[in-house]
Design a protein around this ligand. Sequence first.
Ligand code: PEP
Length: 234
Amino acid sequence: MKIIAGNWKMNGTRTTLSEMVSALQSVESENTVVLCVPYTMLGIDGGRISLGAQDVSRHTHGAFTGEVSASMIADTGAKYVIVGHSERRQYHNETNSIVREKAAAALANGLIPIICVGETMDEKQAGKTMAVIESGVRESVPNDVNTDIIIAYEPRWAIGAGLTPTEAEIAEAHTLIAKTLAEMGLGGTPVLYGASVKGSNAAEIMSIPNVDGVLVGGASLKPDDFIPIITSVK
Ligand code: PEP
């Protein structure tokens, strides 16, 4: 069983989400299906899809105009929240330490954080990929985790670019993440791969050791693109 998570980013409407829910109702798969959607779409009945948010405030409540707290997200019935997505790190200057605070806020409210780590093209070219991944995991995961978390390895240079690392690169990254998590006492934590996943490459990617599922951006927006990913593996 794999975890197939979608990230709608700033796309979609409540109507298109309802259409996705209906389309997935008849899909036979034992995989866990998650869709992380804009806040405005939370609260609808996701059917066999578990819903999640794409970001969360690190604050609990109060004078933080425009922010949404973990308890508010949980109040909608959502179960997941992405933290530290590369677009948050890039456009909102989120560091590992901010990501850790957000993950802790999610955990404190019963949400499962999907904690994203990954290297930029500059870091890749400088030979820093493994160091960035390891510090991303060590510094973005809260200290006192005793419940479910998910890690997503997303090479930042490949997101939305139609590019994917080689199978060997994905395997090396996921092996390092699994080893790092084990050293942190978090062995068995699911690790997703994300960046340019589509129906035609999903099965191959999910056959790589230590890849427990995928985080899908563009190809999660339409049933015709998302369903083949969900059904590509048992
Ligand atoms: C993402 O934004 O998390 C992502 C993986 O995007 P895409 O699949 O479009 O590369």
